[in-house]
Design a protein around this ligand. Structure first.
Ligand code: SF4
Length: 360
């Protein structure tokens, strides 16, 4: 708990996470994590992707050099066939590239690196103890060269600092050069209380000319910390102009063979809704069908959890049966979508997130 990277905007400072003391100095280390992982992994009944992260710390922050907990987890995980992803702002992840590439050859590995600007002066103010921009770019390149997937978290984009068209364009150009697999942008949220107070004090100190804008954008003091809808619309327009057809979500087929089919289906439908909305395509019937599928699968999952004797692939086998006998359409009453799902689940076709079409 706590993070020595000391990002000024860190959500982990918010009261709701109960991290007491000085957030970037009083770090509490959970030394039993590898032991717990070793105990829990054999208990899993279904294959599943595993994501290593925390909203209130970075798993490759300074203390990891000494404690090597993430390293110990990588030693355990490369013995299994799970797809592993992790998120960090540290080039220390390079130390473990040996184990993560072993994982990549089995279930697959995705590095998610946070990077919001190419300006290292902004980085020094906003993420003072995280790796420099160049170190992160080198890390991204090393993982791409090693054959791993790399996704970029371009968040939070900071109003007046890193949310401008030119800044985003320059970063996108660099990331496209590095051939990253997807880039997920996001706005800054400031939860009222410790997080907001800390961040705004930094703005007053380093960017005093922006303080009125911030007070305006975050004037509603929403519990979620969301900025005003007017600001989000403005940011959305910049995204429309800069992102074009870039992939903003990790495609469903990344996790193929490392998660149950029914989970891949849910992820795909959620992504389709977002991708269609992004292109102003009406999603009403897709959303209706999605809700019905989710209810059906939740019931299946409850049943699976209750009956410990059911095999790990029980839900998938049921799903395949319903699709092959066309009975799936009785659940959603949508021929077109049933055909589409059949092609993804039974024929293993993939949905291209750029063209929005099915491919082999
Ligand atoms: S790296 Fe993440 S957890 Fe650590 S301070 Fe920055 S935002 Fe917070």
């Amino acid at each position: 708990m706590g993070c020595s990277h000391a990002c000024t905007y860190c959500d982990g400072r918010a009261e709701k996470y109960f991290v007491e003391g000085n957030f970037s100095q009083d770090i509490r280390v959970r030394t039993n994590i590898p032991k717990l992982l070793e105990m829990e992994l054999p208990k899993l009944r279904e294959i599943a992707p595993i994501h290593l992260s925390s909203g209130i710390s970075d798993i490759y922050q300074e203390q990891e050099k000494k404690y090597k907990l993430t390293r110990a987890c990588s030693e355990i995980l490369h013995e299994y066939d799970f797809h592993i992803s992790l998120i960090t702002k540290s080039s220390l992840v390079l130390r473990d590239i040996d184990n993560w590439t072993k994982v990549n050859k089995k279930g697959g590995f995705t590095l998610q690196m946070t990077l919001t600007t190419l300006d290292d002066n902004v980085r020094k103010i906003m993420e003072p103890c995280a790796s420099s921009v160049n170190e992160r770019l080198e890390t991204i390149k090393a993982y791409k060269d090693a054959g791993c997937s790399v996704g970029i978290f371009m968040m939070p984009l900071l109003p007046g600092i890193s949310d401008g068209k030119k800044s985003i364009e320059d970063l996108l150009e660099k990331l496209t050069e590095l051939n990253v697999d997807y880039i997920t942008p996001g706005a800054l949220t400031l939860r009222p209380g410790r997080q907001k107070d800390f961040y705004l004090s930094k703005i007053s100190e380093c960017y005093p000319h922006l303080i009125d804008d911030y007070n305006n954008i975050y004037r509603e003091n929403r519990a979620s910390g969301s900025p005003s809808s007017l600001y989000l619309k403005k940011l959305g327009r910049i995204m429309d102009r800069t992102f074009n057809n870039l992939v903003t979500l990790p495609p469903h087929y990344y996790y193929r063979n490392s998660m149950p089919l029914y989970c891949e289906l849910i992820i795909l439908l959620e992504h389709m809704i977002q991708l269609y909305r992004y292109r102003d395509i009406n999603v009403t019937s897709l959303e209706t069908a999605y809700k019905k599928i989710k209810t059906f699968l939740s019931d299946e999952k409850r049943n699976f959890n209750r009956k410990r004797t059911l095999p790990g692939n029980y839900i998938d086998e049921n799903l395949k049966f319903l699709l092959s006998t066309k009975a799936f359409n009785n659940i959603i009453n949508n021929d077109k979508l049933t055909n589409f799902i059949e092609k993804v689940i039974l024929d293993r076709k993939i949905f291209n997130y750029k063209t929005l079409k099915l491919e082999d």
